[in-house]
Design a protein around this ligand. Structure first.
Ligand code: NAD
Length: 500
């Protein structure tokens, strides 16, 4: 299912194994970020659609999925992972149409991560241990206390637009492996791959109602209806910090647990002992991959003074060499922003940066693009210097293709500057000095520290942020913990020769 030549197509919800339009009959247009053409008229869900989806998910949880033996569930999820690999081209095309991200990126990271996100949790569940505490009752009978991990029920899954397929599979892999069912509300900007996933799951034999997808917006729409639904047992959300705050208020009703992966204002730090070219390339990836629309990206870059001038020169040259253009062209490094609205937001920050005293080192010149791409949401990667640490540009998340380069003199100074934020998601540190790397890893208040790397993930490790960047961790055992409840069982045996 990609829109192909018949534009725009109709994209519906998937509820209880069927494609259905919105109960209200309403639709919204989804446009292609690179060309501006309308791809889909998408079903615009609201409370009745979410109600139907949650009912279907609850029925599947109490019925076929909940009653299924765990090894059978694992077999079906394994079949889904295999099928996602098999359908990679179709998923890739759909993801590029929705996001405008270059094929190099979507094909190299986003789409392969789908199957991996299922496999890692299937494997982890196979080797998960329960705990046991043998003891003795006052009457002398043997007692075995032990834990069981049980599924929570219907999980509400709310996803952003920047990594749509990667993010939805990151949540569904563990949620389903643990035995839950889900209702997914994908971003209104990127509705397609979640819908495809739900349809492919049905094709491999995952029962109807296990994965439901309801499209729509956030406040006053499908998103709010989902997080307010009393039958939703837990909510996993990735998106903006202020949306997380609204969702947390809704989750407080019913005291439902949340897992939040939120925004960031991450620092990149480069010491003078590095291989300069490797550091330039690494920081440029952190600043500009996915056109700067990665929560883990570095919008604040600190470079040790002895190499500052050389770093700036090479970084600007590297930025200017990035190939901007058609996302389907394998040589393209850099695609459009997701929407006209988001581009306007980023452009307002570009104006603010200049008002706050930034020198624009590269980025302002007009783009020459083929006629076909003229209505896309393009913006050149932009590099500043001269911004003050407390400026709005350096404290608010922009989520665009930009970064500020600033010199620093001492380790303590750069730690303090990196920590001068209420976010706490990630940092990327470049140095050959292992001792220093360890000191920074200890001192910088974030959930993830990369040293001489960026966005290199082992899916068994915890992933999450502190401060305004999130609540809780997913990844490895942490995901299995969030998507299960722990039950303690106290099993008393018969006392010798007696009745219980
Ligand atoms: P967003 O918060 O605007 O929207 C995310 C999702 O929430 C969408 O599906 C939207 O429809 C829904 N939503 C909005 N308001 C809602 C409400 N009141 N109730 C329920 N649902 C609601 O975020 P976005 O613009 O799609 O994504 C960009 C943000 O995501 C950035 O801040 C980025 O840092 C963050 N992000 C974080 C991570 C991470 O792992 N920490 C990963 C990716 C993106």
């Amino acid at each position: 299912m990609t829109p192909g030549e018949r534009l725009p197509g109709l994209l519906d919800h998937v509820i209880d194994g069927r494609s259905v339009p919105a109960a209200s009959g309403r639709r919204f247009a989804k446009t292609h970020p690179a060309t501006g053409e309308t791809l889909w008229q998408v079903a615009e869900g609201g409370r009745p659609d979410v109600d139907a989806a949650v009912r279907a998910a609850r029925a599947a949880f109490e019925g076929p999925w909940g009653r299924m033996r765990p090894d059978e569930r694992a077999r079906l999820l394994q079949a889904l992972a295999d099928r996602l690999d098999h359908e990679a081209d179709r998923l890739l095309e759909a993801e590029i149409h929705d996001t405008g991200k270059p094929v190099k990126l979507a094909g190299g990271i986003d789409i392969p991560r789908g199957a991996a996100n299922f496999r890692v949790f299937i494997d982890l569940l196979r080797t998960r241990h329960e705990r046991a505490w043998p003891s003795t009752a006052p009457d002398g009978a043997p007692v075995l206390n032990y834990t069981l991990h049980v599924p929570k029920g219907v999980i509400g899954v709310i996803c952003p637009w920047n990594l749509p397929f990667l993010n939805v599979t990151w949540k569904l892999g563990p949620a389903l492996a643990c035995g839950n069912t889900v209702v997914v509300k994908p971003s209104e900007e990127t509705p397609t791959t979640a819908t495809l996933l739900a349809q492919i799951a049905l094709e491999v034999g995952i029962p109807p109602g296990v994965i439901n997808v309801v499209h729509g917006y956030g406040p006053g729409s499908a998103g709010a209806a989902l997080v307010e639904h009393p039958e939703v047992a837990a909510i996993t959300f990735t998106g903006e910090t202020r949306t997380g705050s609204a969702i947390m208020k809704a989750a407080a009703e019913g005291v439902r647990p949340v897992s939040f992966e939120l925004g960031g204002k991450n620092a990149g730090i480069v010491f003078a002992d590095v291989d300069l070219d490797a550091a330039v390339e690494g920081i440029a990836r952190a600043a500009f991959l996915n056109s700067g629309q990665v929560c883990l990206g570095a919008e604040r870059v600190y470079v040790e003074r002895p190499i500052f001038e050389r770093f700036v020169e090479r970084f600007v040259a590297h930025t200017e060499r990035l190939v901007i253009g058609d996302p389907f062209d394998p040589s393209t490094d850099f695609g459009p922003l997701i929407s006209a609205e988001h581009r306007e937001k980023v452009k307002r920050y570009f104006a603010l940066a200049k008002a706050e005293g930034a020198a624009v080192l590269t980025g302002e010149s007009a783009l020459e693009l083929p006629e076909r791409l003229a209505r896309g949401h393009w913006l050149r990667p932009t590099v500043w210097s001269g911004l003050a640490d407390g400026s709005r540009t350096l404290t608010e998340e922009i989520f665009g293709p930009c970064c500020n380069l600033a010199p620093f003199d001492t380790e303590d100074e750069v730690i303090a500057r990196a920590n001068a934020t209420r976010y706490g998601l990630a940092t990327t540190v470049w140095t050959r000095d292992v001792g220093r790397a360890q000191r920074l890893a200890q001192a910088i208040r974030v959930g993830l520290v990369w040293v001489n790397a960026w966005w290199l993930r082992d899916l068994r490790t915890p992933f999450g942020g502190s401060g305004l960047s999130g609540i809780g961790h997913e990844g490895g055992e942490h995901s299995l913990d969030f998507y299960s409840d722990i039950r303690t069982v106290c099993l008393k045996g018969l006392p010798a020769g007696g009745a219980v």
